[in-house]
Write a protein that binds this ligand. Sequence first.
Ligand code: ZN
Length: 124
Amino acid sequence: MVLRLLRLVNRLYPWVALGAYMLAFAVAFVCVFTFPLGALALVVMGVLSLAVVAVARDALQAVQRAMQRGWLRGGRCPACRMGPVKAEAAGWRCRGCAQAFGADGAEAPAVEPPVAIDSEMAAA
Ligand SMILES: [Zn+2]
């Protein structure tokens, strides 16, 4: 349950951060005409908060990777919550949903299966 929530938070985090900065931009844009000092303060706060946002993202992703490693060692897949999970040289792969995980527990991008080329179509 905690891992599921954490995966959702990590998936939405970039969009929430983008939304917050877009909202700050809209407020700052209005402030330029009404209260210029507020716009300046928003710009300074936006730049300074960037480091906090990035560190928080890294921390959340590190916690998720650590929890996923525990799940994978236990033979359960964090993506589909079933399995079985097969250990590979590069990490783990779920036999149920084919999701690959790196040795650090991070989800590897999905790999498309190779498409067979029809020899008659290639000749035509
Ligand atoms: Zn799976």
